[in-house]
Design a protein around this ligand. Structure first.
Ligand SMILES: C[S@@+](CC[C@H](N)C(=O)[O-])C[C@H]1O[C@@H](n2cnc3c(N)ncnc32)[C@H](O)[C@@H]1O
Length: 227
């Protein structure tokens, strides 16, 4: 009886550990299980390969979906970045709706980048050469490449703390072309109001700041670099 109890407790602990496994790590320490996630986005059916240890591997996050529906993409041929791409949903949709553009995707999580590469091959086979992936810490992989973006898109890992995200906001202007945009989504409960106040008081001289939409508890931000 005592032994069964202990076994149950151990199983519960293991399960908790797996669920809490943080996806913002280079090498997630959870048993590998691969999933297939079909989703219609921008009136097109995508099929994403996902894997345990990657953000929202069972289904596309609601914040990501709200973001994709409201993000704006320059009409001209552009250079775009999905920063913290997970299994690639935002960047792959960007490349789909803007086939003339070059899209970069970066994530620290090696499993996420593996999925992203698979998902590019599967969903964008005709334009895979215009979609470039890097594994690494935010802007680090492109730091010395002299690449500037027309748009940077992000569903930030706020579980890493707001400080980390606000530091990225400071770096973003160095990677944007004139009038470039930085769009991101934040759950109201995860501090959207705080972020708005912070960026309004710290970045109003650099960015034109707008909230594009408030839907299902998510706020989509648009920061456009001022001249
Ligand atoms: C909230 S998830 C969003 C993932 C994906 N964009 C989506 O919407 O499904 C944030 C992503 O940022 C990644 N990430 C966390 N820390 C990072 C870092 N230091 N550098 C690059 N990516 C990071 C995580 O691995 C995760 O995939």
């Amino acid at each position: 009886m005592e032994r069964d109890n202990q076994k149950q407790k151990l199983a519960k602990y293991k399960n908790m550990k797996q669920k809490n496994q943080h996806y913002s790590t280079q090498f997630p320490d959870v048993k590998i299980k691969v999933f297939s996630v079909p989703e219609s986005l921008k009136q097109h059916l995508f099929i994403f390969k996902t894997i345990t240890g990657v953000f929202s591997f069972k289904k596309i996050d609601l914040g990501t979906k709200v973001f994709i529906e409201h993000m704006t993409v320059p009409k001209k041929q552009s250079v775009l970045l999905d920063l913290g791409c997970g299994y690639g949903v935002i960047g792959i949709v960007l490349a789909y709706i803007s086939p003339q553009s070059t899209v970069y995707l970066i994530d620290i999580n090696k499993r996420a980048i593996w999925c992203t590469r698979e998902n590019i091959k599967y969903n964008l086979s005709d334009r895979a050469n215009k979609v470039i992936t890097f594994s690494g810490n935010y802007f680090e992989p492109i730091k010395n490449k002299n690449i500037k973006f027309d748009g940077i898109y992000m569903n930030p890992p706020l579980r890493n703390g707001r400080k980390e995200f606000l530091k990225i906001c400071e770096e973003v202007p160095y990677f944007l072309k004139p009038k470039g945009l930085f769009q991101f989504v934040i759950k109201k409960k995860m501090g959207a109001e705080f972020v708005l106040k912070y960026i309004t008081s710290n970045f109003s001289e650099i960015f034109d700041i707008k909230i594009i939409c408030k839907r299902s508890g998510y706020w989509v931000f648009d920061l456009t670099l001022l001249d």
